[in-house]
Design a binder for this molecule. Structure first.
Ligand code: NDP
Length: 602
């Protein structure tokens, strides 16, 4: 151990080796041989779990057969930001195709009580300056985000050509006239020179693969399809119909953390079935100060986004503008390591990161003890893993909910729920009879891209995307894939990942906009990555992911590490390993070269 590390150790009031051991033991309890196969896909008998409960009116229309410049699949933030940036570049014929009844994506579907953004709204809500808008709260609630999504649609006139309640069923490339034909469940056949796939990273709800789900005789739904008709109330709470109900909720991730306080207040009795506790840090939400909002100067949102992203990527900035739980761990690290720019000894950084993480998680565990009165419940609510093994949560009412007499934590010690019966839920060998089961069990990650998208793509010479990517995603820069000209993929895979996902989407939208504009200006008919450029990019992704290999392997299972089974395919499907800022910089340098290197042009 180097001298610097001993200096750090002298000041520690905990034993890092003991913590490492405890983390491993807790992880081992949760490892399952089935890995990602443990979940039930929402198809067939389970497809009712993804029906749209928010439709006011079913849209009746004739099939559309026409041609656009650009088709964007998905009307969430990705589709909206892309549509907006394309409009700014002068593209008129842009059609967004969306399964929901309106724009909003994640925020269209996730209307559960208490839903709110966990990333500061001033950096999370896209295009605030363009719309001259400042959100009402530091962490604004879902209805305002949904409204803002729709305002973006209005502002950029994206409603004009949009198709809602419409699902893409397939698309194919026609080499004869160099166009894509996109087909839908409404029998549409829309042609376009360019297609953007912005299906969303967490768009397919998943269920635990438990025996008996369909035997259950009570009421049930997934959090992303909240049934307000059954519960009463709305996104702000209420839920008055639950006053005489025994409710069971399975899962304690970021979604559950936000809705459990509302369920606890409303239900006659609430049973929370926990497999792994979330880390729940301080939220400290507050209304926006109108004076601050008025004083914001041009460029404020971009500056703030970049400031946050630099800090959360481990970079150094003079001032932390956002100052929240996400940036705190990095602030700790900086003060601990006494970074001095060039003088920093980078070899010590992984160790210092781990120590800063232990400190942060100790604080989080102490917070549980300070809030939850029953010592056994408090103990069960403590997370034993590194903070970024799972999605960190921030909430001030979640932990106090477990002090309510009507709320019962059913901790399964990492084993999870065992079965569903006609009457309720079996856990720890015991049946809990409930009137309603709510699945807060998250979304598919790590399954085939085309399965999550809900359609396959047929490229040149009949090649299918599902076949090409069967052993792992292959792209150039995360956007292009050989054999599929003029097709852009918008996702985290092989691209830059940041906690503030809309930031990455905006970078992607600008990048795609640059390429498509260049094609228009220079009469380029098709672009497609060369084999060499694609292979090199995949190799770079795989070799960089090794930087992260040990961290992922030591983590408790979850969707960040392929349920505890990181493998060559999951590694290949991961994000650019040096982080989002170096990725954005690389893309900018690529654009600055001006001649689309690595793309074959016709
Ligand atoms: P998650 O995948 O994070 O959580 C699913 C939960 O279900 C976990 O607690 C999991 O336990 C549990 N679970 C799965 N199977 C079983 C079982 N058999 N028995 C008991 N428990 C089980 O889904 P969420 O919907 O909570 O969140 C998904 C993502 O959405 C977040 O990670 C975040 O990125 C995003 N999100 C963002 C929000 C925001 O910004 N405001 C709010 C909410 C979500 P285990 O941990 O052991 O696997």
């Amino acid at each position: 151990m180097s001298e610097g590390m001993q200096v750090v150790d002298e000041k520690l009031d905990f034993d890092p080796d003991a913590l490492r051991e405890k983390y491993r033991a807790e992880r081992d309890k949760r490892l399952r041989a089935e890995g990602n196969e443990q979940y039930q896909e929402v198809v067939g008998d389970f497809s009712n779990y993804i029906d749209d409960p928010y439709i006011d009116e079913v849209i009746e229309r004739e099939p559309i057969v026409d041609e656009m410049d650009i088709i964007v699949v998905g009307g969430g933030f990705g589709g909206l930001i892309t549509g907006a940036r394309f409009r700014e570049l002068g593209f008129d014929r842009v059609r967004i195709i969306e399964k929901g009844s309106n724009f909003g994506g994640t925020w269209y579907w996730n209307r559960y009580p208490g839903a709110a953004c966990d990333t500061e709204s001033y950096i999370y809500l896209p295009l605030c300056e363009e719309l001259n808008f400042v959100p009402k709260e530091k962490y604004t609630h879902a209805p305002e985000i949904l409204q803002h999504s729709q305002n973006i649609g209005e502002h950029y006139d994206l409603y004009r050509d949009a198709c809602f309640q419409t699902e893409v069923t397939g698309m194919e490339w026609d080499s004869g006239d160099n166009r894509w034909t996109v087909r839908t469940n409404r029998d549409d056949e829309v042609r376009a020179k360019f297609v953007i796939m912005s299906n969303g990273p967490l768009n397919r709800p998943k269920l635990p693969g438990l025996p008996g789900i369909n035997d259950y005789q009570g009421h049930t739904f997934h959090t992303s399809r909240w049934d307000y008709e059954y519960t009463g109330g709305g996104p702000e709470g209420g839920l008055e119909n639950l006053a005489d109900k025994r409710v069971g909720i399975i899962g304690t991730g970021a979604t559950a953390v936000q809705c459990i306080p509302h369920l606890g207040r409303a239900a006659k009795e609430l049973f929370v079935f926990q497999r792994t506790p979330s880390s729940v840090d301080v939220r400290a939400n507050r209304p926006t100060d109108p004076n601050w909002a008025q004083g914001l100067e041009e460029g404020w949102q971009r500056n703030r986004m970049e400031n946050f992203n630099t800090l959360t990527s481990g970079g150094i900035v003079e001032e932390d503008l956002v100052q929240d739980g996400w940036t705190e761990i990095i602030r700790n690290l900086i003060s601990m390591a006494n970074f001095r720019g060039k003088d920093t000894d980078w070899s010590k950084v992984p160790y210092l990161m781990e120590i800063a993480d232990f400190k942060k998680m100790n604080q989080i565990r102490t917070r549980v003890d300070s809030i939850v009165k029953d010592p056994k419940t408090a103990e069960a609510l403590k997370p034993w893993y590194r903070q970024f093994c799972k999605r960190p949560c921030f909430h001030d009412e979640y932990l106090p909910t477990f002090n309510r007499e009507n709320v019962h934590l059913v901790d399964t010690e990492g084993k999870g729920v065992e079965a569903i019966t006609e009457k309720g839920i079996v856990a720890n060998g015991k049946e809990f009879a409930v009137d309603c089961i709510i699945f807060a069990t998250g979304f598919e990650v790590g399954t085939e891209y085309t399965r999550r998208a809900g359609y396959d793509v047929t490229g040149k010479d009949g090649i299918k995307l599902s076949e090409k990517w069967a052993d792992g995603i292959r792209t150039l820069h995360g956007f292009h894939t050989r054999g599929f000209p003029n097709l852009f993929v918008m996702s985290n895979s092989q691209a830059g990942f940041t906690t503030n996902f809309p930031h990455a989407m905006d970078e992607a939208a600008r990048h795609m906009g640059y390429i498509i504009k260049k094609c228009a200006d220079e009469n380029i008919t098709t672009i497609e990555p060369t084999q060499e450029a694609e292979d090199d990019w995949v190799d770079e992704i795989v070799s960089l992911s090794r930087l992260n290999e040990n961290f992922q392997a030591e983590c408790t299972p979850g969707y960040y590490n392929n349920e505890g089974q990181p493998n060559p395919k999951s590694v290949q499907n991961g994000a650019y390993g040096k982080g989002s800022n170096p990725y954005f910089k690389k893309m900018k340098e690529w654009r600055d070269e001006g001649n689309l290197p690595g793309l074959e042009i016709s």
